[in-house]
Design a protein around this ligand. Structure first.
Ligand code: C5P
Length: 300
């Protein structure tokens, strides 16, 4: 997370993520699914800014800061339906402070896309307000609040740009990836709701594990990384949203190193051999009007 300071005003960038591996292991008694996922954060960011409020209210305004054109260009709600507001409220409840804040969220990460935008915004809120309000909460306390807000939120709290995540996603094992991975990403016109995709998921019987993927990445072996690409949620997502199946067919016809749906969808990414290839394919996908298209890389 990158902090930028001004007087009584502070901003933080919230990155998107891609899941290179997501294996559903089984359903738990609390309704969540036990999983193993490998996430990398990428260089597409929302920006969150905090200003001292005039009152004790938590206010939020959302702005389009370059959401990709097309139907994915939807702003999130600016009320308690937004994880940013819920994160600020959770911090106040936990600490008992009554400070207000004026928050501004500049959105670039498409919504309902499996790119972790809402979760990353929530983590950014916790980190930002912990400093802005001088709360001095520990990493462990922030982690506990993050896990209460959503399964993916703890990943974005850490400074690691990649991690193997277990449990319902909140148990984080940071990972160092030295090579630069180049992706072309398409978010089709329609999104997917995470809860619904999980509801239709069955445990995977693949022999692949997150550890296989982590080992391939640690070795810097693109060929092995590609073999380990897996997402158990892709099959139910394709049934719920035919656009995802259409994207898979389209990506399969390209000379990509590999391709996969991210998270619970509906975004689909190609793992490219170079940035040049990613840019070339992005132009082709834009011309084919597959959806919102962008090129991104993992963060160092
Ligand atoms: O944790 P989060 O609120 O982001 O999850 C949204 C929904 O996705 C949950 O309510 C649950 O239905 C589903 N989910 C799941 N297992 C997970 C993570 C999410 O079933 N590990």
């Amino acid at each position: 997370m990158l902090f930028r300071h001004e007087i009584a005003d502070v901003a933080v960038n919230a990155p998107a993520k891609l899941n290179l591996f997501l294996k559903v292991l089984g359903k738990r008694s609390d309704g969540y699914h036990e999983l193993e996922t490998l996430m990398v954060s990428v260089d597409l960011y929302d920006t969150l800014r905090a200003r001292r409020g005039q009152s004790e209210a938590i206010s939020l305004a959302c702005f389009d800061a370059g959401l990709p054109a097309g139907n994915g260009r939807v702003l999130p709600p600016a009320d308690a339906g937004n994880l940013v507001v819920r994160a600020a409220a959770a911090l106040r409840k936990y600490t008992g402070v009554r400070f207000g804040v004026e928050l501004e969220l500049y959105k670039r990460i498409p919504l309902a896309a499996g790119l972790g935008g809402g979760s990353s915004d929530a983590a950014a809120t916790l980190l930002l307000l912990n400093r802005f309000w001088n709360l001095d909460l520990s990493r462990a306390e922030l982690h506990q609040l993050a896990a209460g807000l959503g399964s993916d939120v703890p990943f974005f709290l850490g400074s690691a740009s990649a991690a193997l995540c277990r449990g319902r996603g909140e148990i984080i094992e940071p990972l160092t990836i030295r090579q630069r991975l180049h992706f072309v990403v398409v978010r089709p016109a329609t999104g997917l709701a995470t809860a619904e995709v999980f509801r239709h998921a069955r445990p995977s019987n693949t022999g692949l594990t997150g550890e296989h993927m982590a080992a391939a990445l640690r070795r810097g072996r693109l060929d092995q990384t590609v073999i380990c690409l897996h997402n158990t949620l892709q099959e139910p997502a394709e049934r719920l949203n035919p656009e995802v199946a259409g994207l898979r067919a389209h990506f399969a016809r390209q000379s990509l190193a590999g391709h996969l749906m991210s998270g619970s969808g509906s975004s689909y990414f190609g793992l490219c051999r170079s940035r040049k290839q990613a840019l070339h394919l992005a132009a082709r996908f834009k011309a084919a009007r597959l959806g919102d298209v962008f090129v991104t890389s993992n963060r160092p």
